[in-house]
Structures are given as C-alpha cells and as structure tokens.
Design a protein around this ligand. Structure first.
Ligand SMILES: [Fe+2]
Length: 190
C-alpha cells in the first residue's frame, strides 16, 4: 500500500506547484519550431528567453491500471499574434486518453486527430473538464491575461511522443484577432 504522502498531493491552483515535486521548465528557447511565425520567434528570442510553461508530474507506479498526473502552468503571451502554447504530444501508447481540468486562467486545448488531421479546440478553464481521446495530438494554449493552470490525468503507461508532432507541428494555430482567439490553418490569414 502506498503511504499517505504518496496517496495525497497538495497543489497550488494559482502557481501550479505541487508540494515536494520539482517542475520541469520550458523557456522560449525550448520551443523552436512550435510557433508558426519563425521570424517573430527569432525576434522575440533575441530580446529575451522567458519562462513559457512548467509541468510538475507525479508518477508513483507504472502498472497497467495505474494513473499519473501532472499540473501545468502556461504563462500568458504571444509570438507574433499566436498565443503561448505547450509543445504538445501524442501518447506513445496511442490508445491512451487523458482528461484535463482547468484550475485557473483562460485557455484552450488544441486537438488534432492523427488519422484524419481534423483539428478542434475546447475550452480549458475552471469548472471545465476536457477529454482528450486516444490517437490525438494535444497542446494547451493560454488565451487569457493570467497564467493558465490545469491538471492532466492519464494512464501511467501512456508515455509521451513529442517527436511525431514536432516533425510537422500542428496543422492549425490559435491567434489573437480583434481581441479574440481564433483557430486558423497554419498557412491561413485572418
Ligand atoms: Fe497527454
């Protein structure tokens, strides 16, 4: 039996910190190739290399029925007119689904079906649960002025495949247009 410290985590819904769990940090320099406007990316990186997001993961056991979870914190900002985002990934075990619960801030989940390439966005904010089916690339996007904090729960055996989506990046992106987030095709204009 796991001990109480393992059975219970305490997290801060404002900072995304889980007590006692170190967070992985991703700075702008770690996100090369993720933003559609490469010139705007290089321009921003020449000025500063800000923290874009952190992920604190809890993985206690790796059995077939086990669950892992992670709290993410994605900062507000834009590269060009594209909102700050996470790298995004497929699960290495493609059948594995995941749920995301918004804790604070205002975000979107960008989903892309591996087979059809179909894209969809769903809100990620407090009181929302977003379901990510298997075989679906997923990334989070902060479309608000505050940090976006959320928790993702997924099968322990899901694994993370960052390379498959990194080769092409997502087919769609979320940009700011007239003060609103808009989903557009990568080559599109608003
Ligand atoms: Fe995932």
């Amino acid at each position: 039996m796991l001990n109480v410290e393992q059975l219970l985590s305490r997290f801060d819904p404002q900072t995304g910190e889980i007590a006692g769990v170190p967070a992985v940090e991703r700075h702008l320099s770690d996100l090369r190739g993720c933003f559609a406007d490469a010139a705007a990316y290089e321009q921003a990186l020449a000025v500063d290399n800000p923290l874009v997001y952190t992920v604190a993961s809890v993985a206690l056991a790796g059995g077939a029925g086990d669950l892992n979870y992670a709290v993410g914190r994605l900062m507000p900002g834009c590269i060009g007119n594209e909102f700050y985002l996470t790298k995004g990934h497929f699960h290495a075990w493609r059948d594995a689904a995941e749920i995301y619960l918004g804790l604070s801030g205002d975000g979107l989940m960008l989903l892309e079906d591996e087979m059809t390439g179909e894209s969809r966005v769903v809100p990620l904010r407090p009181h929302h649960v977003a379901y990510v089916p298997g075989h679906t690339a997923h990334r989070t996007v902060n479309v608000g002025p505050e940090p976006l904090i959320y928790i993702g729960v997924y099968p322990a055996r899901a694994g993370h495949d960052y390379d498959a989506i990194a080769r092409t990046n997502f087919r769609h992106l979320v940009v700011e247009h007239d003060g609103q987030p808009v989903l557009i095709p990568k080559q599109g204009k608003v």
